[in-house]
Write a protein that binds this ligand. Structure first.
Ligand code: MTE
Ligand code: MO
Length: 379
């Protein structure tokens, strides 16, 4: 049994699948803290979790095609300059559950909890390259490929790639992380080393990193080529041509309620109900506003942005972490039920589509329409 040596998990994580293990935390804890606790951070594994001993860990590096492969140990990596970056990881399938209400899709059923914000510590990819004699500014290859230690039954590894010009810009802050929130990575999150590509779909942040290589082609991994791509709402799974669709990299702007819960009862205090949640955009774009409506969009209230990094204020575009917001929404007397809607706007003035129907896709990715919860109100 390939799954006989899995790590222990927090009992509050709600599994979408047990083998491989995939789970998200309860929505109501998600916006409690700016930094998501390690043991409650969603887990998305495609394969059994590798069990890597620290002193057996090897990182292979192959630069421009044809160059010699060099191998580094964990202690080699730890000797390099140490950096920390606070960044969101979000699965492409976060909020897939809402798409399923329109039409079935292929993929795990996620609520809005396949996202988390953590402090990742390790070595900047550019510093790593300099240490092995590669000048990041002179790299000719167009793609940086990553491979994990985890393998499928045919021996193929989980892999991904990111465009080189972005990944090799030191401002992109791509890091080879060995700590998550000041602790060594746990097995589920990629012990001992994983890639963190801030602002990009989490599928490219390869866990249990075993190999970095340069190429002029995207990774040939199934998950780069045959998955994690967007399609037209009219495209059925059958006949879909993955080779013609672009791989997801930077994610679109999103937001969600973590409170109140869909279908719950909420108390009206001084004519208002309270709500809270998260907002985030890909590519480092800060959130500039979060709008809430309780009357189908006739009236919008601007939420308070309670928790965010100072560098995420304004139009600075290297904001990788999320914004936690809250709102007190006025409710007219005599109204006992309402549908709350939230949408966020990012620093490029991109916002969210209003309905899921128009962004439905058979893989159930990029689900970022207005988040909606229906609540009953009492005083
Ligand atoms: N890396 C490896 N090696 N194997 C995987 O299955 N899953 C990817 C990515 N990196 C994966 C991986 C996907 S799809 C996501 S959403 C994130 O890891 C999840 O990271 P987490 O489990 O630490 O939250
Ligand atoms: Mo994912």
């Amino acid at each position: 049994d390939a799954y006989s040596n899995e790590p222990k998990r927090h009992p509050s994580l709600k599994p979408a699948s047990k083998t491989p293990f995939n789970a998200e935390p309860p929505m109501e804890i998600l916006a409690d803290s700016f930094i998501t606790p390690n043991d409650l951070f969603y887990v998305r594994n495609h394969l059994p979790v590798p069990d890597i001993k620290e002193d057996e860990y090897e990182l292979e590096f192959e630069g421009e095609p044809g160059s010699k492969t060099i191998t580094l140990s964990l202690s080699d990596l730890k000797k390099l300059p140490k950096t920390t970056v606070t960044a969101v990881l979000q699965c492409a399938g976060n909020r897939r559950g809402e798409l399923i209400e329109i039409k079935p899709v292929r993929g795990l059923v996620w609520n809005a909890g396949a996202i988390g914000n953590a402090r990742w510590t390790g070595v900047r990819l550019t510093d790593f390259l300099k240490s092995v004699g590669v000048d990041p500014a002179k790299v000719k290859a167009t793609q940086i490929q990553f491979d994990g230690y985890d393998t499928d039954p045919t021996g193929k590894t989980y892999g991904a790639s990111v465009p080189a010009d972005k990944a090799l810009d030191p401002k992109s802050e791509v890091i080879l992380a060995y700590e998550m929130n000041d602790e060594p990575l746990s097995r589920d999150h990629g012990f001992p080393v994983r890639v963190i590509v801030p602002g990009v779909v989490a599928a490219r942040s390869v866990k249990w990193l075993n190999r970095i290589s340069f190429s002029d082609e995207e990774s040939w991994s199934f998950w780069q080529r045959q998955d994690y791509k967007g399609f037209s709402p009219s495209q059925e799974a059958e006949g879909a041509d993955f080779s013609k669709a672009m791989s997801i990299q930077e994610m679109p702007v999103t937001s969600a309620f973590t409170y109140p819960k869909n279908g719950s009862k909420v108390r009206v205090k001084n004519g208002k109900i309270s709500a809270k949640g998260y907002a985030w955009s890909g590519g480092g774009r800060p959130i500039i506003r979060v709008d809430i409506s309780a009357d189908g969009g006739k009236t919008w209230y601007v939420a308070n942005m309670d928790k965010r990094e100072p560098k995420c204020e304004g139009t600075y575009s290297f904001c990788w972490s999320w914004t936690l917001w809250s709102a007190e929404i006025p409710t007219p007397k005599g109204v006992h039920e309402a549908e709350l809607m939230v949408k966020a706007i990012d620093a490029s003035y991109n916002s969210q589509p209003d309905t899921t129907a128009n962004i439905w896709n058979f893989r159930g990715v990029l689900s970022n329409a207005y988040h909606r919860v229906v609540v009953k109100m009492f005083t």
